[in-house]
Design a protein around this ligand. Structure first.
Ligand code: B16
Ligand code: MG
Length: 215
């Protein structure tokens, strides 16, 4: 019954949060403060510049100019992409590749809907690029989740109506973005966190095409 599945990247297909954390932590440490892995949870699904704003707030860093902020974000991204460049297909989350392939085999279109500007390189390193009919990422959207832009653009690129799409998301803002787009939302993570999702599973290894039909 559903014609397309749109997948968030970080936290759904691959776990890059650990690399984001290492790189942001290094930036914070260079400025003389630290933040916890728990705080890092709040950065999931949040854009690069919005993440920087949150981190500067935690370190009570005030008065940085826009140019300085751009430089900080660029510095963090260089450390991050150094790590991303070492990734291999072993890091694909359990069941993700199998589920996406299963969708394709069943005639369901597939797309990526991510906030990350590094989406193309991550997909290339995981050797998954060809598994998606459309890729909408941080390079092609201007409004961050929970704005539905990223998923609406995905549906448009696939030529499918939003109501015929199901989104897979690990972030609260991402689930909201899916619902704001008029799509169904499958939460990847814990039901306590992703309360608005239509259904929540711990990973794509726990989701089936039969469950898709029941949404
Ligand atoms: P970049 P998603 C998001 O990806 C990450 O969850 C978030 O932590 C990150 O800040 C954001 O991408 C931007 O990433 O710095 O690579 O452009 O979950 O929307 O796939
Ligand atoms: Mg995510």
């Amino acid at each position: 019954k559903y014609k397309a599945c749109i997948f968030d990247l970080d936290g759904v297909i691959v776990d890059t949060a650990v690399y984001h954390y290492k790189a942001w932590k290094r930036l914070a440490n260079e400025m003389g403060f630290d933040f916890t892995e728990h705080q890092n949870e709040q950065l999931k699904g949040v854009s690069r510049m919005a993440s920087l704003e949150l981190i500067l707030g935690w370190g009570q860093v005030t008065g940085a100019t826009e140019t300085e902020k751009e430089e900080m974000a660029t510095r963090k991204n260089l450390w991050y992409t150094d790590m991303i460049n070492q990734m291999t297909p072993d890091e694909i989350l359990s069941g993700a590749e199998e589920f996406v392939q299963g969708c394709r085999d069943a005639g369901i279109k597939t797309a990526i809907g991510s906030a990350s500007k590094n989406t193309p390189i991550i997909l290339a390193k995981l050797q998954l690029t060809q598994l998606f009919d459309a890729i909408v990422d941080g390079n092609s959207v201007s409004k961050a989740k929970p704005n539905p832009e990223v998923f609406l653009k995905g549906a448009e690129a696939l030529g499918v109506a939003p109501t015929d799409c199901v989104v897979f998301e690990d972030a609260v803002a991402g689930v909201e973005a899916a619902l704001n787009a008029g799509m169904k939302a499958v939460g990847i993570g814990s039901p306590e966190m992703l309360t608005e999702a239509d259904v929540v599973v711990s990973g794509l290894d726990k989701f089936t095409l039969a469950m898709l039909e029941e949404l």
